[in-house]
Design a binder for this molecule. Structure first.
Ligand SMILES: Cc1cc2nc3c(=O)[nH]c(=O)nc-3n(C[C@H](O)[C@H](O)[C@H](O)COP(=O)(O)O)c2cc1C
Length: 561
């Protein structure tokens, strides 16, 4: 017989009892905020003479019912180290201390220096390989080899316009033993991606299938997520067997593992984005994870991380509260000193508010009408890129452009004639992908697209280089996260671009998320908190160390062991 609990829906009057010195129970707003921020120490909310205050001293007894000795305990927040947030299996599998990832940012904006800083701090970062030629990516591989066993990865970006490039990057990763990629911009799965995932797949002594190459998918659509959380498609596996890339045994093994172990649910973010709200997207992806885990019975559990809009302790705490295995940031890292961007861009980013972003045509999928989220404030790029797309839609060739429009393009955008712009584009593709030139010479509209894409491509390079004569054309990928970060850090040391470093930023988000999570526990227990306790101001590294405390480190190590 099921026994229903009569008291289940009533607010508890006390959750237990506390014994200690009542003088140590503080009610001041700053005291409450400080107690919650010391995430390495438990907090008791205790009622003394009718007022509820907090203390980290004394001894508490938790009780479901009945009387007890001492003062009434009104709430309890155990220590919560930043290392405890997220999925312990994620941390263990990737060998990281924190469930925190810096996402890939193209053209080396997630630079070697950024990846190194993160890896040394026990966090994961993906080098920004997109937009770089394989020789430049190989340089990064060589340098990052120096990190040895520390965790890091590379971006594998789907390039529908340049399928050979995607295949060449996979060749490079396999040849150089790159073991971890973030696969992004995929709508369907491709042969190179599946080849990367299944290369070297084998059974261990216990018969379990082991894939040496880890794939984390970055996805904002459920139907794409479904493909990544399923075994590799049979037709692609068969093609790999046919090509001698896989044995028949390995093809069988492919049925037992998903294409991606981890999947980052990307909500409204900088760069490529479907502008999905995280609150809607993440629960859907978690449900999909559970459905496909149950359907395929994988030996390892699938995991979902959260990205898009994460920039404050509150949004970090919210992502973990939703059930994210890890959080991933982008826009805020571009604003940090280690990014491959320029000081000019870092300054522009420091001035951005949440509404200072817009969608603009993407260079890589221009003709398909795909858009990216970019900074609007301080640059005319977004408007200019939209104009180029409009002209591309309306006209079939360079020659068909109206004279007045063409004059504006030549004067303001290209600063040369369109014939000269084509000659430069041609020279670029002669090295990178000569087939594009052949196609353009027989297809006037494609030629127009290539010339326009040249402007879009250069505009992000000017931004990265801080080219002073081209500030009005800077293409800076950026999401609303940047404005949220600026609001949170206003008036603190992190407001200064030169003092933003990725590790201090990440540790502040995680420590702040732990503090706010503890505040929410007390609030849920019915403790009225002052507004100060619901905020976490940025702190320098040394001050963060002091908040963690030995207790939290011990807890985290206990979990890691
Ligand atoms: C400047 C910039 C460049 C980016 N380039 C890439 C890229 O090349 N590949 C990729 O997978 N994601 C790219 N992203 C997305 C980030 O890796 C990350 O998923 C996203 O920025 C997270 O959302 P947020 O901007 O709200 O933090 C880029 C984002 C930014 C801001």
């Amino acid at each position: 017989m099921t026994r229903t609990c009569g008291t289940m829906h009533r607010m508890p009057t006390a959750m237990g009892w506390w014994c200690g010195d009542p003088e140590e129970v503080r009610t001041g707003a700053a005291d409450v905020a400080d107690a919650l921020a010391c995430v390495g120490t438990p907090v008791f909310a205790v009622e003394v003479d009718g007022a509820v205050g907090v203390t980290s001293t004394g001894r508490a007894t938790l009780a479901a019912e009945g009387g007890g000795e001492g003062y009434r305990l009104r709430g309890y927040a155990p220590a919560l180290a930043p290392e405890q947030l997220g999925d312990p299996e994620f941390r263990k599998d990737h060998g990281v201390r924190y469930a925190y990832v810096a996402g890939a940012m193209a053209n080396g904006i997630t630079s070697e220096r950024l990846v190194e800083a993160m890896a040394r701090a026990g966090m994961l970062a993906y080098f920004g390989s997109a937009g770089l030629d394989p020789a430049r990516v190989e340089q990064a591989i060589e340098r990052l080899d120096g990190l040895g066993e520390l965790p890091y990865g590379f971006n594998l970006i789907h390039s529908p316009n340049e399928p050979d490039l995607e295949a060449a990057v996979v060749d490079l990763y396999l040849r150089r033993g790159v073991r971890r990629v973030s696969a992004s911009a995929y709508l369907g799965l491709t042969l190179p991606l599946v080849r990367y995932r299944l290369s070297g797949v084998h059974r261990d002594a216990s018969g379990r299938v082991v894939a040496p190459n880890r794939v984390t998918a970055k996805v904002s659509r459920v139907e794409v997520a479904r493909r990544f959380f399923s075994p590799a498609p049979q037709d692609l596996v068969a093609a790999l067997v046919q090509a001698g890339e896989l044995t028949a045994d390995q093809a069988q093994m492919a049925l037992e593992i998903p294409v991606a172990d981890d999947l980052t649910a990307e909500a409204d973010s900088g760069g490529h984005t479907d502008n999905r709200p995280a609150l809607a997207l993440i629960p859907t992806m978690l449900a999909l994870r559970d459905e496909l885990q149950a359907k395929h019975g994988y030996a390892s559990r699938l995991r979902v991380g959260a990205a898009g809009g994460i920039a404050t302790p509150a949004s970090t705490a919210a992502a973990f509260a939703l059930g994210a295995a890890y959080v991933l940031t982008g826009s805020i890292n571009q604003a940090c000193v280690e990014s491959g961007s320029s000081d000019a861009v870092r300054q522009m980013l420091a001035e951005a508010g949440q509404a200072d972003v817009m969608m603009a045509p993407a260079a890589d999928m221009f003709e398909m009408g795909v858009q990216v989220q970019v900074l609007k404030r301080g640059t005319m790029f977004g408007m200019r890129a939209r104009k180029l797309y409009e002209l591309y839609r309306a006209h079939a060739s360079i020659e068909a452009l109206p004279a007045a429009q063409r004059a504006v393009l030549e004067r303001d955008y290209f600063r040369c004639t369109l014939e000269e712009a084509w000659a430069q584009t041609r020279a670029f593709f002669a090295v990178r992908d000569p087939r594009q030139i052949e196609r353009a010479e027989g297809d006037a509209r494609f030629k127009l697209a290539l010339v326009f894409r040249k402007y879009l491509g250069q505009s992000s390079r000017w931004a990265n280089a801080g080219e002073p004569t081209r500030q009005a054309d800077y293409q800076v990928w950026c999401g609303p996260a940047m404005g949220a970060f600026n609001e949170w850090t206003r008036g603190t040391f992190l407001a200064e671009p030169a003092r933003r470093d990725v590790v201090t930023v990440a540790r502040n988000l995680l420590t702040g998320a732990a503090a706010l999570t503890r505040a929410s526990w007390l609030r849920s227990a019915g403790v009225a908190l002052p507004p100060e306790a619901e905020r976490f101001a940025p702190r320098e590294a040394g001050a963060l160390d002091r908040l963690g405390g030995a207790a939290a480190t011990a807890v985290a190590e206990g979990i890691a062991n």
